[in-house]
Design a protein around this ligand. Structure first.
Ligand SMILES: Cc1cc2nc3c(=O)[nH]c(=O)nc-3n(C[C@H](O)[C@H](O)[C@H](O)COP(=O)(O)OP(=O)(O)OC[C@H]3O[C@@H](n4cnc5c(N)ncnc54)[C@H](O)[C@@H]3O)c2cc1C
Length: 524
């Protein structure tokens, strides 16, 4: 994927006055899923993203590919079944990025084993042929053998069950590459600034600004899809300033610790915290991630900030389950994501996690809600609607068995031979080749495994444009250890400058900007 090439294609098509079949606004899981689906069907599709692909919620999840045990408790069986099926398809189509993870629900009261044991058996049952492994009851010793960090005092046993885990930003990048492999044009740093209208006032395209050059791109399209997550309503208001609010926003934070807080390869699941939510502590890229919270937010932002009470809540809840309670000084990073929830009544944690397709009277097609795990199903539904609205050829969806960029057969199996490059799937080979140059084999900072070749690869093949892109999404340094990411900023900026043809002033500005941002990911 090369940005210059993408801009050229958008410009050329506009000059030739050939509308795209579909123009997508928003490059998160939802929008990128739509781009993949449409391109794989053989439709022409262009996507514009205001920032870097995945900058919004889609790089800030709990990293679970799951049916949602919590929705089972809420009695939403169809949602759980559909998500469990999608979980299976995600592992089938992107095995290099999605793998099974064992979760333990520890039991400290006599009633928990039968209660959660039965609930999780139902979870297994609903997965049917897409099951990831059978849940079972564990004795106290078996529980401690799998989760040695657990508080032994008062522990009676546990229930183990299986779900999926992934790297959200990496899957997003590979979805972008899949869409591009099928001919989609994708532009990052290109916010939609307005909607084009035909003589009758129907939306028939997008105006977008290339942030790198200031050029305004005119993008005619038969159908425009709004997939902007928590920004859904602001884009709808470009078409109709009086459009009623569809989405409410809820914030969730995660704290990241070093791996010693969660020895072993099993995750902890607390089914009911003091505020009635679920809390996970999961192993991820050699660290332990604990989350999440659910706090209503008035104004969406691309860089939401954690609240003190959210940090304290996670530390306090985790402390009750670990023999060595984590404290503020143990937090290596805090990251925050905003859920786009379809508007309804009551607490945000009880609002629907189903997705919503909405068509405004202007013809703007909006897709929102849902979750990462269901992105493929959401995209199928959306493109089916776009075909009707845009009078497009009736091409069938092909994503159920579509291999995602990087696919390597059976690569979800964990046999102890894993390497840091596995997340690149079939692209790992190209990175190893780059690293034959000793300068590019250099590790960027001792606390994290990333090497210079990954920065060069991100710039050359994955459209990374800034230090933040590389450290937050193309690698996950910022999400794993904010202080280490700050230390990596300068070498990364220099490598990027050489690739993108930037000068010393750009390097200095990038380092300054990134360090200011990364401070928000630290807890003092
Ligand atoms: C804390 C938390 C934990 C979660 N954990 C999980 C999990 O473990 N598993 C799971 O399945 N789901 C999880 N989810 C849900 C999942 O992350 C979201 O449903 C999903 O990422 C939403 O994707 P999206 O594309 O709709 O939104 P986003 O990823 O936010 O994408 C929208 C994009 O639109 C762009 N945009 C906005 N305005 C414009 C414009 N004018 N022009 C161009 N682009 C624009 C934004 O920059 C953004 O990149 C979690 C959510 C949260 C908040």
């Amino acid at each position: 994927m090369r940005r210059e090439e993408m801009v050229r294609r958008v410009r050329e098509r506009n000059e030739a006055q050939i509308p795209w079949d579909i123009a997508v606004i928003g490059g998160g899981a939802t929008g990128m899923g739509v781009a993949v689906d449409a391109a794989a069907r053989g439709l022409s599709v262009v996507l514009v993203e205001a920032h870097d692909f995945g900058k919004g919620t889609s790089s800030r999840s709990t990293k679970l590919v799951h049916g949602g045990v919590r929705y089972l408790e809420q009695g939403n069986i169809p949602l759980v079944m559909s998500a469990l099926k999608e979980r299976g398809l995600m592992r089938q189509n992107a095995p290099h990025l999605v793998h099974d993870l064992a979760f333990i629900v520890p039991n400290y009261s006599w009633w928990e084993a039968p209660f959660y044991g039965i609930g999780l058996k139902l979870y297994d049952l609903l997965a049917g042929k897409y099951g990831f492994g059978a849940s079972k009851l564990l004795s106290k010793n078996e529980t401690l053998a799998r989760l040695p960090a657990l508080e032994p005092e008062g522990l009676l046993g546990g229930v183990v069950y299986y779900d999926g885990q992934f790297d959200d930003a990496r899957l997003l990048i590979h979805l972008a590459m899949t869409a591009a492999d099928h001919g989609a044009a994708l532009l990052n740093y290109c916010p939609a600034t307005g909607l084009l209208r035909d003589a009758e006032g129907y939306v028939n395209g997008v105006a977008a600004r290339d942030e790198e050059t200031g050029e305004v791109l005119t993008i005619p399209a038969r159908c425009v899809v709004n997939a902007t997550g928590v920004f859904t309503d602001s884009v709808r208001q470009m078409a109709d300033p009086n459009a009623e609010q569809l989405v409410v926003t809820s914030q969730g934070i995660h704290l990241v610790f070093d791996r010693s807080f969660l020895k072993g390869d099993t995750a902890l699941m607390v089914p009911r915290t003091s505020d009635g939510r679920v809390l996970f502590v999961i192993p991820w890229h050699g660290h332990a991630v604990a989350g999440t919270t659910d706090t209503p937010v008035d104004e969406p932002s691309l860089e939401p900030k954690p609240l003190e009470e959210e940090i304290e809540f996670i530390l306090e809840t985790a402390s009750r389950f670990f023999a060595r309670p984590p404290s503020r000084k143990d937090v290596l990073a805090v990251y925050v994501g905003l859920r786009p929830l379809v508007k309804g009544e009551g607490k945000t944690s009880a609002l629907s996690r189903d997705h919503l397709i909405h068509v405004d009277t202007s013809g703007l097609l909006t897709i929102t809600g849902g979750k990462w795990t269901t992105y493929r199903h959401m995209a199928e539904d959306c493109v089916d609607h776009a075909i009707t609205l845009g009078k497009l050829p009736d091409l069938p969806c092909t994503t159920k068995n579509l291999k995602i960029h990087g696919y390597i057969e059976n690569s979800d199996k964990r046999d102890g031979t894993e390497t840091q490059f596995d997340v690149y799937g079939s692209d790992a080979e190209a990175i190893r080749t780059l690293a034959e140059d000793p300068k590019l084999a250099m590790q960027l900072y001792p606390d994290l495994p990333y090497i210079a070749a990954e920065v060069v690869w991100a710039a050359r093949a994955e459209m990374a444009r800034s230090v933040e892109d590389v450290l937050a999404r193309h690698t996950r340094a910022l999400f794993l250890n904010a202080a280490a990411a700050i230390a990596m900023a300068e070498p990364v900026a220099k490598l990027l400058a050489a690739e993108l043809g930037r000068d010393q002033a750009w390097v200095a500005a990038q380092v300054k900007e990134f360090c200011a941002l990364a401070e928000q990911y630290r807890v003092r």
